[in-house]
Design a protein around this ligand. Structure first.
Ligand SMILES: [Zn+2]
Length: 260
């Protein structure tokens, strides 16, 4: 080790060794910075912390999202409008447990989970369903793009031929409108990528354990896991929910009757 004692090594140190030391310190500081940033982000989010169903549990009466509030162990979701002013919406608060259990029930029925079947085939099927759901979203968007290109081509050809275009313009606008309607759905599915990735990792690991279905049952208690499939829940009332799955289809749950 070269010691800088202020003598003849000074030049050597400052010009050669020091940058190496600096580089080392620089990397450490960078690592510390990114760690602090993560902590700061968590801190600054504070009460706005995001939960699996933040932005995905929607009040059917006013269209606003539900907001999570916790009192000890009891988690309640309240309509965003009603939270501001009870005159804005008549929707009452919903305990998380109240939609969690029916959500699990709906998941079991929708994805035909059979607890008596202990093979890994169910896990394989869940993996495939999750993967195909994401690719069908891509497929749908591509189909719309093709429809739009075709409509634009027809419209432009008609313009060049000086033909009547109004019906073709209407056709193109209709495609654009349908695309705009689907945009928010695609965006939601894309944003759920992280939940799907985590669920796929969990499922892949489950294939390696002794009783995968038993483990799956435990995983289903985890809202983050269910979020990989349940993209959106609409609360029609505190007793009636409509779940939209990543595959695009819906399941209605009436708490007084079960899955309907
Ligand atoms: Zn509401």
């Amino acid at each position: 080790m070269v010691v800088n004692n202020g003598e003849r090594n000074q030049y050597l140190i400052s010009d050669h060794h020091e940058p190496i030391i600096r580089r080392h310190i620089f990397d450490e500081v960078q690592a510390l910075f990114s760690k602090n940033n993560k902590n700061n982000k968590k801190k600054s989010k504070g009460r706005w912390k995001s939960y699996p169903f933040s932005g995905r549990l929607v009040c059917a009466r006013c269209g606003r999202n539900f907001i999570r509030s916790a009192n000890g162990d009891v988690v309640t979701w309240r309509c965003g409008s009603r939270s501001k002013n009870i005159l804005l919406c008549s929707m009452k608060g919903i305990k998380e447990e109240k939609f969690k259990q029916p959500l699990v029930q709906a998941f079991i029925e929708r994805y035909q989970i059979d607890y008596s079947n202990h093979s890994t085939s169910q896990i394989t099927r869940l993996i495939k369903e999750l993967q195909s759901a994401a690719s069908s979203r891509e497929f749908e968007q591509n189909r719309f793009r093709l429809d739009l290109e075709r409509a634009l081509l027809e419209e432009n050809t008609a313009i060049l031929k000086s033909s009547e275009v109004s019906h073709l313009t209407e056709k193109r606008l209709a495609v654009e409108e349908r695309m705009a309607e689907r945009e928010s759905w695609w965006e939601m599915v894309d944003r759920d990528y992280i939940y799907r990735k985590e669920a796929l990792d969990v499922l892949t690991n489950l294939k390696l354990v002794g009783d995968p279905v038993k483990q799956l049952r435990q995983q289903m208690e985890n809202l983050s896991f269910l979020r990989a499939w349940a993209v959106r829940i609409e609360a029609v009332s505190p007793y009636l929910f409509s779940i939209t799955w990543v595959s695009g289809d819906k399941t209605e749950i009436d708490l007084t009757k079960g899955v309907i």
